[in-house]
Design a protein around this ligand. Structure first.
Ligand SMILES: Nc1ncnc2c1ncn2[C@@H]1O[C@H](COP(=O)(O)OP(=O)(O)O)[C@@H](O)[C@H]1O
Ligand SMILES: [Mg+2]
Length: 396
């Protein structure tokens, strides 16, 4: 086997293998958005080759000579599939593959057709009757929370954990103040459908009550711009919510990616995202439910790429009968309306959830169109502080 790998990138040109210093940089924090964050390695006619992936720069594989990696074969479509990499909230990478072929692809032996799947480190991606690629993540999550995969579960392999009919993997999709979200597989579903598994540690009975409230609200909702719930499971330590998988990361990470390139969302894209957000909110409010924690971290991109379809997620602080006034202010301080901020200090003051959501949506629009990367990161930091301190005040 040759010592060097031939690299193919989104530009369609050959790319020299990264120098050791570049590789090291990517390993350490993935701070350089132009660095290689993942690759798909294959052996083509005895030669080791790789399709390289950079953040937010899709690479195509197919028969068409304009594809970034050209594959021959009667079963190969013009553009067979498109690979994308977005940053995971913990500094790692989420690699996804969108199949657009006639004959589909095989992910670890399971047939995938006309859908988007996430590729974990070590996964194999097969183009029927053609090449097989192995996915390698070069950027790894920095602060891996290991609770779910710790030695307390000696029967579980390090890579997966069985929860009911689901296989929860150690590929982290994100984490918030309360939950960690991992990629999971529904083994009862044809071709092991990929889903998102939101795991929340339940220390106290009130934790459980709060989560049951989130589940019951989600069960009432069905809308293209609202994250769909599939199922739930629980054990002594954790509650698991299985959700529709979003492969494009969250809006916060999407905005940050623009900011890192010293650019920003264009008005038309912000308008498109805002339109969907308001449609989702209109639906939610028609059911008299308020979200009460709208912010870019809780808005997900259904698939990667520009002009994304968005879904509203994280109903952990949502509330039914949202037209009623409440004394319990909750949410993230930077996105609260003035009456919410006032009510923080003066406990006799009340506020209403539904108009509060509209204010938060306005702040999101502002953040999309005007932001400073440093301010944005501070906003999310203060979020964590406020949310955890307000958890006790959330009305059940
Ligand atoms: N359905 C999903 N698909 C993909 N990623 C998700 C999904 N739900 C949540 N995430 C990721 O996990 C993060 C935390 O989930 P969230 O529900 O907001 O938890 P918390 O209540 O702790 O804030 C989100 O910001 C997002 O990055
Ligand atoms: Mg959240």
């Amino acid at each position: 086997m040759p010592a060097t790998i031939q690299m193919y990138g989104p530009s369609g040109t050959h790319i020299p293998p990264p120098s050791p210093s570049n590789q090291q940089k990517a390993h350490h924090n993935g701070s350089d958005p132009s660095a290689i964050c993942a690759k798909l390695v294959t052996v083509n006619r005895g030669r080791r080759e790789a399709v390289i992936l950079k953040l937010n720069k899709p690479a195509t594989i197919g028969r068409n000579p304009r594809c970034d990696y050209v594959v021959a074969g009667t079963f190969v479509s013009g553009v067979h599939c498109t690979l994308s990499a977005v940053r995971s909230p913990n500094g790692g990478v989420i690699v996804s593959c969108q199949d657009s072929s006639r004959n589909g692809i095989r992910l670890n032996g399971h047939r995938i057709n006309k859908t988007v799947v996430i590729l974990m480190h070590g996964d194999s991606l097969e183009i029927p009757d053609s090449l097989t690629f192995t996915c390698q993540h070069i950027w790894k999550d920095l602060h891996e929370k290991v609770e779910l995969f710790d030695p307390e579960h000696p029967t579980q392999s390090a890579r997966t954990m069985t929860v009911g009919k689901y296989l929860v993997t150690n590929q982290k999709l994100g984490s918030g103040s309360f939950a960690t979200v991992h990629l999971a597989f529904d083994t009862s579903h044809t071709n092991c459908r990929q889903v998102a598994c939101k795991t929340i540690r339940t220390k106290k009975e009130c934790d459980k009550r709060q989560i049951f409230k989130e589940i019951s609200i989600l069960n009432r909702l069905e809308h293209p711009n609202i994250n769909r719930i599939y199922d739930t499971e629980q054990n002594d330590e954790f509650m698991f919510i299985f959700l529709q998988l979003c492969t494009g990361g969250d809006l916060f990470t999407y905005i940050i990616a623009y900011a890192e390139k010293e650019s920003r969302l264009c008005e038309a894209e912000a308008k498109f995202i805002m339109y969907q957000l308001l449609i989702g909110l209109l639906y939610l409010h028609s059911k008299m439910i308020s979200h009460r924690d709208l912010k870019p971290e809780n808005i997900l991109l259904h698939v990667p790429g520009p002009y994304p379809r968005i879904v509203i997620a994280d109903f952990g602080l949502a509330r039914p009968r949202a037209y009623q006034e409440t004394l319990n202010v909750c949410g993230t301080v930077s996105y609260l309306p003035p009456e919410g901020i006032l009510a923080l200090d003066q406990e006799h003051l009340k506020y209403v959830g539904m108009p509060s959501d509209c204010w938060s949506a306005g702040v999101i629009l502002y953040v999309m169109l005007w932001y400073d990367i440093h301010i944005l990161k501070t906003l999310s930091f203060t979020t964590v502080q406020w949310r955890s301190s307000f958890r006790r005040r959330v009305d059940i």
